[in-house]
Design a protein around this ligand. Structure first.
Ligand code: FES
Ligand code: FES
Length: 157
């Protein structure tokens, strides 16, 4: 076992982890943050996307021990004082989800894309989110939502 300290959604956690435990498992099974979904476990779908020190990352591709000392943001940490993050609000307003399974990862990837100035056009959004799959194929409304959120966040598209 390895001692690991993580700050998740602003709360510091001290954990004893097995070296084989994936960050996705740590979040879901250890911390009960089940908003982060696991769709493939093979780094293909993006359902497990979270922010690690502000960068989007597929949490099934990282070991918990690798992110020792990092600040993690999950979908549970986006809303502030009961108010949706602009990306969450835009997904709601644009009906940018169907079954919702891809949504937490899609939202987190979109937050990172917008914050890094990568949501500059429809084409750029589609390319920036190509690592996130929606099995309901709801891409049209997802892209529209990301464009709206980018505008709301002061990043014009
Ligand atoms: S569960 Fe991580 S990419 Fe699919
Ligand atoms: S809304 Fe169902 S997988 Fe995207």
């Amino acid at each position: 076992m390895r001692h690991v300290a993580l700050t998740v959604n602003g709360t510091r956690h001290e954990l004893e982890l097995e070296p084989r435990e994936l960050l996705a498992q740590v979040l879901r099974d250890r911390l009960r943050l089940t908003g982060t979904n696991v769709g493939c476990d093979t780094s293909s779908c993006g359902a497990c996307t979270v922010l690690v020190d502000g960068e989007s990352a597929k949490s099934c591709t990282l070991l918990g021990v690798q992110v020792d000392g990092s600040a993690i943001t999950t979908i549970e940490g986006l809303a502030a004082n009961g108010t949706f993050h602009p990306v969450q609000q835009a997904f709601h307003d644009r009906h940018a989800l169907q079954c919702g399974y891809c949504t937490p990862g899609m939202v987190m990837a979109a937050v990172s894309l917008i914050e890094h100035g990568g949501a500059t056009s429809e084409a750029a959004i589609r390319e920036g989110l190509e690592g996130n799959l929606c099995r309901c194929t709801g891409y049209h409304n997802i892209v529209a939502a990301v464009q709206d959120a980018s505008t709301a966040m002061g990043m014009s598209t």
